[in-house]
Design a protein around this ligand. Sequence first.
Ligand SMILES: Nc1ncnc2c1ncn2[C@@H]1O[C@H](COP(=O)(O)OP(=O)(O)OP(=O)(O)O)[C@@H](O)[C@H]1O
Length: 293
Amino acid sequence: MEIIKTTKLTKYYGKARGITQLDLTVTQGEFFGFIGPNGAGKSTTIRTLLGLIAPTSGSAMIFGKDVTKEKETILQNIGYLPSEALFYQGMKVKDVLKLSADLRKKDCTAESKLLCERLRLDTDRKNDDLSFGNRKKVAIVCALQHRPKLLVLDEPTIGLDPLMQKEFFDILRERNKEGTTIFLSSHILSEIQHNCTRAAIIRDGRIIACNSVEALSKTSVKCITVHGSVPLERLSGVRDRKDTEGSVRFLYSGAMDSLLRVLSSVQVDDLTITEPDLEEIFLHYYEKDGETV
Ligand SMILES: Nc1ncnc2c1ncn2[C@@H]1O[C@H](COP(=O)(O)OP(=O)(O)OP(=O)(O)O)[C@@H](O)[C@H]1O
């Protein structure tokens, strides 16, 4: 079953591009990653998807319902964690959590208690006195305590210490195993790699790749290190060149026989050919000439 489906979803802020012609489908039970550089359009996608801002054109459906027409019903079954959590001033954590549960007309006391214990959140403190990370925890509990069918998380771990990040992802994986669909927006590659099964990459407001994380991580690009002087200008498909004393390291997507021809024409003391690491692969998608869809 399709939980999220956008068709040519487009949002312009006046003349400024937010997102253009976004086609995205997330099915039930997926742990879906949404990744892209700053300003790519991740938050705009999420806000438009949830009906928080109106699209310029195109459509967004959640649970098979149009978000512009049935927003209230849809949001009842969603847990949304915005990238910046803002709360009413002067309220204690427990009051914020109760208010959030009441707005959904649900008794979330038991689940809220459990989540606060796991995230080590002191509910007697005032929101105003909390650190950024602890405010983030309040937002997490607000998003999770009513056990929604769909979690939409916008940069959820910013501000959390590594221990809390681990606990948070443990909770998410448990929820996902129980059937919750998760849409995780992040620019932390390892978060996507370790938790998501499928991911879309957004750049300049457009989806440039959407596939299983495994497939996205596979590429014909090789990482080459050569000890010796190599006339790389004679090769096409070379990028990310790094020169160190006596050696050069680069990513290579050209023909292997061309590389070997060039290498055989010069003195080579050592040669290593390896797979690039995940970070290098994703950077390739971010680059202007890395269009892959
Ligand atoms: N309220 C707004 N008014 C005008 N332009 C906006 C507004 N909100 C976002 N934009 C623009 O839309 C584009 C996408 O921004 P968005 O915040 O969705 O990106 P993002 O991928 O979430 O970025 P980041 O990772 O930095 O949070 C950017 O060029 C941004 O400047």
